[in-house]
Structures are given as C-alpha cells and as structure tokens.
Design a protein around this ligand. Structure first.
Ligand code: ADP
Length: 423
C-alpha cells in the first residue's frame, strides 16, 4: 500500500471514529434528557396528587392552578396554602411515588411560617440501595412564603444513569470496538514501518556486499590469467585483496548474525576482570595506525577502571562508537575518548565533533536497522546495527548509556559500568 493511500485511510478512519463517538455522545445525552423529562413529569403528577389529597383531607378546595414548581434539577416545591401535617405528607409522598413507580430516595422539608425557615422533614429510601447515611439536603427558601413543602431527590442523576443500562452497555461495546480498531491501526503502522526498515536494510546490505564481492570477482579474474605466475608480487597483492575483502564480508555477516544471537538470548558472555584503560589504549592505537590526517585523543583519568566484561564484545562495542565518530564527521575527524570516576563505577566518554544527531533521532538510533537519513550530503553506508549492538552490550554488562548531541556540533556517548574491586 502506498504511503499516501495509507495516510488517507488513516485520516478517514480517525474522522469516522470521531463521528461515531460524537453520535454516541449525542444520542446518550438525548436519551438522558428524555428520561429526565419523564421523571420530572411523573414527580409533578405524584406531587399534584399529594397536594390534592392534603387539601381534601383538610376539607379545603383543590387548587386550580399548578401548585408545583421545580426550582432546580432535583428540587421541587409544592404550594399548599393550607396547613400541612408532616406525618400525613410523608405517607402520601411514599404512596404516590410508589404508585408511580418512582423507586427513589428523597428528602422532604416543610416551610415553617412562624420562623420563616424550612424545617427538615425526613429522608426516605424507596430504592433500598442507599445504605449509607447522607447529609440532609439543603432546602432553599422559596420567596413565596406561604404554606409549602419541598422535595429533594439527592441521587436523581445516579438513578437516571442506572436506568440507562442499555445505553451504557452500548457505549462500553463501542469503546471496546474502537480500542480494537485503534490497536489494529497501530499494528498496521508498526508492520509498515518494519517492512520499510527491512527494505532499507536489504538495500544497504546489497550495497555493502556488492563492493567486496565485485572486488573479489575482479581479483580472481586476474588470478585466472596464467601469466600472473610470472609476477609473484602482483599475485600476492591480489591474494591480499581477496583476503581483506572476504574478511570485510565475514565481519559484516558476523555483525548481522550477532543481532539475532543477542535477540535469541543465545549469547554467552565470557566475563573476566578487564582493564578498561588497556582496552581503550589498544583500540585507539589500532585506529591511529590507519587514520591518516588525524589522531584519536585520550584522557584516561579514572582511578577505578577494572570492570567485569567480555573482552571481545566490550572491545567491539567501544570500537563501534569510535568508528561512528570517525564515519559521521564532515571534515577531519576529531574524536576523543575519556574516562572518569563515577559514583556508580567508571565513566567512558566517546566524543566527536561530527555531524551530530538531532533530538528527534537521538532515541531512535539505538533501534535495530535505524539510520538517520543524511541525503546526499553525507552518504555513509551501514546497516544501522552498530548502536543496537552497543545498547544490548551495555545492558548485558550492567551499564548505562547516555547520549548528548547537537546537530552540526558533534556527539558525546557516555557509558557507565560498575567497577570491580581488585584484591
Ligand atoms: P550505521 O552506522 O551502520 O548506520 P549505527 O547503529 O552505528 O549504524 O548508527 C545508527 C545511526 O546513528 C547512523 O546511521 C547515524 O545516522 C547515527 N549516528 C551514530 N553515531 C553517530 C555519530 N557519532 N554522529 C552522528 N550520527 C551518528
């Protein structure tokens, strides 16, 4: 699938998911509103019946205009304009709410005309669910200060939500579907990235292998000529080229194999007490021998420099970092290796003044096959395996690695390893 097509599919998918979520939220709130309206209407009817019955009981005429007002979403006040018997009110409220299927918890209060205060009446539970003791409701004073009573449904929202079981169930199902969908998208993108890196790796590998193979082919072509026997110097130089190039090939294959060995956890490290300064000295001397117009500087200040490490792998790790410092420099390489004492062991710093690595790439360069694309500016070949090997080795040696780098200014790889006490 083309990158552009995938992007369109992704945008379409995100828009559809956002649409589905919005529709679900809209219908959910609509359904909630309808339930709330139904509830309010039923409460109105029940309360109206209660007033009528109180007035009938008192022998007063029944109100013509609606005596009920809803002051807030869960607070209803009922104008009675007549004396209210608290016991009678409670019984009537319970009966009417039950008769209308309102299995709710409520509290009622009666307005005291003498001291002009709402008197808290009682808290009634019809739902049999609320066992916990609630703080009594606040009954706001109604400016119409005649005989009236108020009813508060403290758990109205919760009760309405309880009744919306099917909607909640549908929302959960939708959430699960969207989660699976997002996960599938994530896997597709990951697979795509993986196949891109794989393609890049195969490209790199072909490039890297082609040069030594063609050199070997050319050299063996020369060796096929019987006349070469007359010039043994030439013969030896071609044999040397074949040997060097096949070694290069072997190293590259080893590098690739190493990754799968580490990944399969089949690598057995032969750890032994190792002198970090001695190893660095050997590696740097090797590099300085072949470097033409620069030298790798060292400043080995650590006083504790014996660590427990596998000689070959540790050497390869440091060599990889120095090699990168040389490879990724625009002009004459300026690479230095320093050691210092660190609280947790010995600090090894490999610094270069090369092309540097931008922040966005700094974490990724330790991933397998990851290479910073440098365009045509700096066409350095590689597999993107070196730093992955370094990261794995540091981990296997119980160390930590930290990178400080600025694009265009250079990089500094800092490694800390625990030291061992030599008796
Ligand atoms: P390779 O060098 O084979 O590409 P590495 O794993 O060693 O693989 O490095 C991964 C990438 O990190 C390189 O492609 C390069 O872009 C970047 N990199 C590594 N070391 C340096 C460095 N010292 N300076 C600048 N870039 C670096």
């Amino acid at each position: 699938m083309k990158r552009k097509t995938l992007r369109y599919i992704l945008i379409l998918a995100i828009v559809s998911v956002a649409g589905i979520i919005s529709i679900q939220i809209y219908w959910f709130s609509r359904a909630f509103d309808i339930r709330e309206k139904q509830f309010n209407q039923t409460v109105n009817i029940a309360l109206r019946n209660v007033v009528d019955q109180i007035l009938t009981y008192n022998g007063s005429p029944v109100h013509q205009i609606n005596p009920i007002e809803q002051l807030s979403s869960n607070y209803f006040v009922v104008m009675v304009n007549d004396e209210i018997d608290a016991n009678l009110l409670e019984t009537l409220l319970i009966n009417e709410f039950k008769a209308h299927g309102l299995e709710v918890d409520f509290e009622y209060g009666i307005y005291n005309c003498v001291n002009e205060k709402m008197v808290y009446g009682n808290s009634i539970s019809l739902s049999n669910k609320s066992k916990s003791k609630r703080t009594p409701a606040e009954f706001a004073i109604w400016e119409n200060n005649d005989y009236y009573f108020g009813v508060v449904f403290q758990n109205k929202q919760g009760m309405l939500l309880n009744q919306m079981g099917i909607w909640i169930f549908l929302s959960v199902v939708l959430f699960v579907v969207i989660t699976f969908f997002a996960y599938a998208m994530f896997i597709i993108l990951k697979q795509r990235k993986f196949s891109e890196t794989q393609k890049q790796f195969i490209n790199n590998m072909t490039h890297e292998f082609r040069t030594p193979i063609s050199t070997i082919q050319l050299s063996s072509g020369v060796l096929q000529d019987p006349g070469i026997l007359k010039t043994p110097d030439r013969l030896f130089s071609y044999v040397k080229i074949i040997k060097e190039e096949s070694n290069r090939l072997l190293n590259q294959v080893e590098n690739i194999l190493q990754v799968s060995i580490i990944e399969d956890k089949k690598l057995r490290l032969k750890k032994e007490p190792l002198d970090v300064h001695e190893i660095i000295g050997e590696i740097v001397a090797g590099f300085n021998l072949v470097l033409q117009d620069s030298n790798i500087e060292t400043q080995l200040d650590a006083t504790r420099f014996i660590i427990s490490a596998d000689r070959i792998n540790f050497t390869n790790m440091i060599r990889n970092l120095i090699d990168n410092g040389i490879k990724y420099s625009t002009s004459v390489p300026e690479v230095s290796v320093c050691t210092k004492d660190e609280k947790k062991g010995v600090l090894i710093e490999i610094n270069d003044a090369g092309i540097g690595i931008s922040k966005e790439h700094q974490k990724k360069i330790f991933n397998k096959f990851y290479r910073v694309s440098t365009g045509n500016l700096h066409d350095v070949k590689g597999f993107g395996l070196g730093l992955n090997f370094v990261k794995n080795m540091v981990k296997l040696h119980g160390g930590v690695i930290h990178l400080e780098s600025r694009l265009g200014e250079g990089s500094s790889f800092k490694l800390i390893f625990p030291t061992v006490h030599e008796d």
